[in-house]
Design a protein around this ligand. Structure first.
Ligand code: GTP
Ligand code: MG
Length: 469
C-alpha cells in the first residue's frame, strides 16, 4: 500500500471552471468519480473510477495563476490519480502541466515578478529555517519592492532628462533639473553598491555554507564528521592516511545549512600517489570553502608546546605551515584577525590528556573528544555563530540578493550608472548619451525583475520547479 491518503489535481486555464464544475449535485462530503476513456465532459462521466473527496473552484483573477482554476481533492492511490488524469487528458484542450507551468502563468499574468518566482522556487527547496525565512521574504516581494523603487527613480530620471533634451530651447523648465537627476543617480548608485557589498550572505545562505575539515592525518577529522552527522559517513581507522576522497554531508546547524567536507590529512613527506591526489583534492576544497574547521590532536599540541616552550598562536602558525595552507593566515599588517577565512580551531582527543593542561588553552578554541563526545555541543554553538556571520539574518528591511543572476544584472546596471556619472562630470556633457546610459541601466533592472526577459532565461528559471507548481 502507498502511504498517501489524499491528493489534489488542479486543472487551470480558460473555461476549465465550466468544464470541471461539479458543484451541482455534489457537496464536498459526497463522492463522485470519473470514467477513464469515455469522458468528453467530466460532468457526465463520474461515479465509476476515481472518487473525489471534494472539489473547489477559483475564478480569475483571484487564483494563484490569475486564471480560472478548479481543484479536485481525491484519494491518494496511484490508480485513482492516474484515472483522473487520464480522464482529464481525454477532454479537448486539457494537457499535463510542465514543471513550473502554473508559476510561469502567474508570472505572465503579472501575479508575480521574477524575483518572487525565484523566492517561491527557493521556498519549495528550503531545507533549514534560515533558508525558509529568506525565501519567504523574497517570495513575498521584499527584493522586488527594493528593485521596483530603484526602477522608479531611474524611470523618472530618464523622463526628466528627455524632457530637458526635448524642450530645453522652447520651454521654461525647472531650474537645476539635470543637477537633480545627477544627485539622484549618485544616491541610487551608492545604494546599489551597498546592497552588493554584503559579503554574498544571501547567496551563501541559499546554497549552504561550504565548510572543510582540515588537519594532519589521524587527528580525528573523519571521526568529527561522523559525530556531527551522527552516522559513519566516513571511514575511521587508526591508520594514518585513511581518508583519500572528499566525503561530504549536509547538516542543519541551528537553522543554518552547512555542507561539510571531510578531507585527506595533509602531510609533507608522503610519496604515495593516491594519498598525494587526496591531499590535492583537500586543498582544492579548502580553497573554495567559506569556513575552515582546523583539527589538531591535543597530544601533538601538548608535546610540541613542552618541547618548544611556545604559546598556542605560535603552535597554530607552525601547524598551518606544516599543512601547506599558509594562505589561511592574515598578513598581520592587513587584518586584525589571525585567519583570512572564518575558522574554528578544534583540539580533539582531549580524553587522552589531563584536564589541567587542557584548561590552559585559549577560550576561543573548542576542546572536545570525538570518542566521548564531550565538547561537541560547544562546537555546534561556535559553528552556529560563524554561520550567522556568513549568512546574516534574513530581514524585510535589508533583503539580501541571493542569486548570481541578480548580481550580474546589478553589476551591469551599476556600470551604466557609472558611465552616466562620468559623462555628467565632463565640461559639456552630452545629455542624449547620458539618457542612453540610464535607459540601459533601466533595462538591466528590468531583466532583474522580469519586465524585460527572454524565453531562454525563463526556461532556465522555471525548469527548477516541480510539476504542479
Ligand atoms: N582517544 C580518542 N581517539 C580518537 C578520537 N577521535 C578519533 N580518535 C581515533 O583516532 C584515529 C584516527 O581517527 P580518524 O577520524 O580516522 O582520523 P583522520 O584525521 O580522519 O585521519 P586520516 O583520514 O588518516 O587523515 C582513530 O583510531 C580514531 O578512533 C578521540 O577523541 N579520542
Ligand atoms: Mg579521515
Amino acid at each position: 500500500m502507498w502511504g498517501r491518503s489524499n491528493s489534489s489535481v488542479r486543472p487551470r486555464g480558460r473555461n476549465c471552471y465550466q468544464q470541471t464544475d461539479y458543484s451541482e449535485g455534489t457537496s464536498s462530503a459526497s463522492h463522485c468519480c470519473i470514467e477513464k476513456h469515455q469522458a468528453p465532459n467530466l460532468k457526465r462521466t463520474y461515479r465509476q473510477r476515481a472518487y473525489f473527496v471534494a472539489t473547489r473552484s477559483t475564478r480569475s483573477p483571484r487564483s494563484f495563476t490569475g486564471e480560472d482554476s478548479s481543484e479536485f481533492h481525491v484519494h491518494g492511490g496511484v490508480a485513482v490519480i492516474n484515472g483522473l488524469l487520464d480522464a482529464l487528458a481525454s477532454m479537448p484542450k486539457f494537457k499535463l502541466a510542465e514543471p513550473g507551468e502554473f508559476t510561469r502563468r502567474a508570472f505572465s499574468n503579472g501575479k508575480l515578478d521574477l524575483t518572487e518566482v525565484e523566492g517561491l522556487a527557493d521556498l519549495l527547496q528550503a531545507e533549514t529555517e534560515a533558508q525558509r525565512k529568506q525565501a519567504l521574504l523574497q517570495a513575498d516581494g521584499s527584493l522586488s519592492k527594493l528593485y521596483e523603487n530603484w526602477r522608479h527613480v531611474l524611470k523618472h530620471s530618464v523622463a526628466n532628462l528627455e524632457a530637458h533634451i526635448d524642450f530645453e530651447e522652447t520651454e521654461t523648465l525647472e531650474d537645476g533639473l539635470v543637477d537633480n537627476v545627477v544627485k539622484n543617480i549618485e544616491v541610487l548608485s551608492a545604494d546599489i553598491n551597498k546592497h552588493m557589498r554584503d559579503g554574498r550572505k544571501g547567496e551563501i545562505l541559499r546554497r549552504g555554507v561550504k565548510a572543510v575539515i582540515l588537519g594532519e592525518p589521524n587527528v580525528g577529522k573523519s571521526s568529527l564528521l561522523n559525530v556531527l552527522c551522527q552516522r559513519p559517513a566516513s571511514i575511521v581507522t587508526p591508520i594514518s592516511g585513511t581518508t583519500r576522497d572528499v566525503i561530504q554531508v549536509t547538516l542543519n546547524i541551528q537553522g543554518y545549512p552547512l555542507v561539510l567536507s571531510d578531507t585527506a590529512g595533509l602531510r609533507k613527506d608522503s610519496q604515495d600517489v593516491i594519498e598525494l591526489e587526496g591531499m590535492s583534492r583537500a586543498v582544492d576544497i579548502y580553497q573554495k570553502a567559506d569556513l575552515v574547521i582546523l583539527v589538531i590532536d591535543f597530544q601533538n599540541y601538548s608535546n610540541w608546546c613542552h618541547r618548544h616552550a611556545a604559546d598556542f598562536k605560535t603552535y597554530i602558525l607552525h601547524y598551518i605551515k606544516e599543512l601547506g595552507v599558509s594562505d589561511l593566515i592574515n598578513d598581520p599588517k592587513d587584518g586584525q584577525t589571525l585567519f583570512k577565512k572564518e575558522c574554528v580551531v578544534v583540539l580533539n582527543k582531549t580524553d587522552l590528556d589531563s584536564k589541567a593542561v587542557c584548561d590552559k588553552i585559549h577560550k576561543n578554541i573548542v576542546k572536545l573528544s570525538c570518542k566521548t563526545e564531550a565538547g561537541i555541543s560547544d562546537l555546534v554553538t561556535v559553528l552556529a555563530q560563524h554561520l550567522k556571520i556568513l549568512c546574516g539574518e534574513p530581514s524585510q528591511e535589508h533583503p539580501s540578493m541571493n542569486q548570481v543572476r541578480h548580481r550580474e544584472q546589478l553589476l551591469k546596471c551599476q556600470k551604466h550608472l557609472q558611465s552616466f556619472l562620468e559623462d555628467a562630470s565632463k565640461n559639456k556633457p552630452d545629455l542624449v548619451i547620458m539618457a542612453e546610459h540610464l535607459r540601459k541601466a533601466l533595462t538591466s533592472l528590468g531583466k532583474l525583475i522580469g519586465t524585460v526577459t527572454s524565453e531562454e532565461i525563463l526556461d532556465l528559471i522555471f525548469r527548477e520547479f516541480c510539476i504542479g507548481k
